[in-house]
Design a protein around this ligand. Structure first.
Ligand code: IDP
Ligand code: MG
Length: 168
């Protein structure tokens, strides 16, 4: 199996509950390499693009509230790219099943997830489900310079004197 990338998102419940350290420790059992990592706020637009395939599900409105932080009063997520052999299956194994009640109790979701009274699976982490999804998610969540390996081809775009925010 070739090396591949996988996106992990520590969802707002993970940050609110100070679980980032525990989750990253669990994920380090995979021996995969972290090649990108940042903490960001999730806009409604980004949330909608990330979960576009779930728009028809009855839990979709609640899911959008969840990932944008409305359920936790905290809209931070930590988003990472892991790289290595069988990265997707390794990370999804450590994450556990989507439903935290069905997830192995020693998996991340089994240990830290819960089901809300609304029925939403508050399951602490997202992990890409295929190479195609990983590519789509990396291109959605990251700029090329935020990922240390050039995992997909890039090109130069824009004008040289483009303005941008810098430290003063
Ligand atoms: P995954 O995160 O394991 O890949 P997806 O089917 O992509 O699962 O669903 C995205 C997220 O939507 C899940 O992580 C979970 O938070 C929520 N979700 C998925 N299926 C259900 C469901 O049947 N009931 C409630 N929430 C769900
Ligand atoms: Mg998924």
């Amino acid at each position: 199996m070739k090396e591949e990338a996988v996106v992990v998102i520590i969802k707002p419940d993970g940050l609110k509950k100070s679980l980032t350290g525990n989750i990253l420790t669990r994920l380090s059992e995979s021996k995969l390499k972290i090649i990108g990592a940042k903490v960001i706020k999730v806009s409604l637009e980004l949330a909608g693009q990330h979960y576009h395939h779930l728009k028809e599900k009855r839990f979709y409105p609640e899911l959008i509230k969840y990932i944008t932080g409305k359920l936790h009063g905290d809209n931070r997520v930590m988003v990472l790219v892991y790289w290595g052999k069988d990265a997707i299956v390794k990370v999804r194994d450590l994450a556990g099943a989507t439903n935290p009640e069905e997830a192995s109790p020693v998996s991340i979701r089994g240990a830290y997830g819960r089901i809300l009274t609304t029925g939403l699976f508050e399951n602490v982490v997202h992990a890409s489900s295929s190479q195609e999804e990983a590519e789509r998610e990396i291109k959605l969540w990251f700029e090329p310079e935020e990922v240390v390996y050039e995992v997909y081809p890039t090109k130069i775009s824009g004008v040289e004197q483009e303005t941008r925010k810098v430290w003063k």
